[in-house]
Design a binder for this molecule. Sequence first.
Ligand code: NDP
Length: 434
Amino acid sequence: KLRDPDQPEFHQAAEEVLASLWPFLQANPKYLNSGIIERLVEPERVIMFRVSWVDDQGQVHVNRGYRVQMNSAIGPYKGGLRFHPSVNLGVLKFLAFEQVFKNALTTLPMGGGKGGSDFDPKGKSDGEVMRFCQAFMTELSRHIGADLDVPAGDIGVGAREIGFMYGQYKRIRNEFTSVLTGKGISYGGSLIRPEATGYGTVYFAEEMLKERNDSFAGKRVTISGSGNVAQYAALKVMDLGGLVISFSDSGGTLYNPDGFSMEHWNQVMALKNERRGRLEEIAGELNLEFFAKQTPWHLPCDVALPCATQNELNESDAETLVNNGCICVAEGANMPSTLKAVDVFLAARILFAPGKAANAGGVAVSGLEMSQNAMRLAWTDGEVDEKLHAIMQSIHAACERYGKQDDGFINYVKGANIAGFVKVADAMLAQGIV
Ligand code: NDP
């Protein structure tokens, strides 16, 4: 009997992990005999709550808030909050499930969780966003804590929202603790946290390219999204000598076959982080082509970095990428490729890294933010960047250890899933049936 049939994203994430783990589980029956799989797919706890807030016109709105506390075998729950109209329990369970394996891969002691709301920050004033965040945190504050559950940002939750939520937590609990990460530098945030997921994805892809004695120099790179992850993935690609040829948002794709300049990048940053506008608005100003309502996957490229959202790259997109000569795909977003798209990449034997390995840099630096807060000190940007780089290299090595085939091909899906699973499963075995 299929439990929760209305949660397709969660089933998709579980299927991807379990299918690639299966031969390993058969060879290691201790994991099969102890109900580990049954326990891994059931959240330890799910909290759902009402969030009521008042808009600028005095109108009352009601949204739904969630926190999925998925697995705490190796540390306190850790994972972002997403504010987007598409948020529902199934989406958050898929994200929390992925987070468990991802956090294990970082080498840091963090369990997995995820939360958020179906609230849409787009088009809302700062005052409305603040009132929503305060209402959301008023309830969430009962369920989180620096040694219990430490949320962070995700889609729709950036520095502004984290600041509003942190202020409300502090007001309610009367304590200054590391209960959220992604905080501003002036109140306990870590340098390099905004950059971490994007930089980490590119560091990981760089390790993959090295496997084929290759590098980013001169590579045409398509990037989807234009939010936090996409912005800093683009910056690092440019830094390594690659040509970033696209950004996108839900309105379409901005294309520059010659590669975006730093000036273009600054304009995208200002548009998305300050004016909170749409890419379409600047296409004319920059004299660049804009493909309305289209993703970037039809554009010929060498490397593709999907950095927007789940299931944004399907089987036919994957075929187009492979046919156009793309040699490397690293997921900055969570589960951007459908199961069939992943099959296409693996069958074509191109370099393919799943999000749980390639985008783990964000949560890794969140873990470093918690360490700095606990020690009451702050590392320099160089120190944090160095640790991030080393963590991404160690995740690559773990994928290689468990995913390298006899013919030398690295199946990063298999490698990441087994490496993450073994750490969590061993901790669960040691702690008994709980
Ligand atoms: P942001 O909110 O900063 O940006 C999201 C981007 O994706 C925007 O450009 C947005 O466009 C686009 N997007 C979102 N939903 C859709 C959709 N349904 N269709 C088309 N485009 C869409 O989020 P982040 O950059 O933080 O997150 C992006 C991805 O990376 C997510 O999958 C997230 O889970 C993952 N991730 C993020 C981490 C982080 O540290 N931030 C860590 C690890 C993973 P628009 O504005 O038009 O909606």
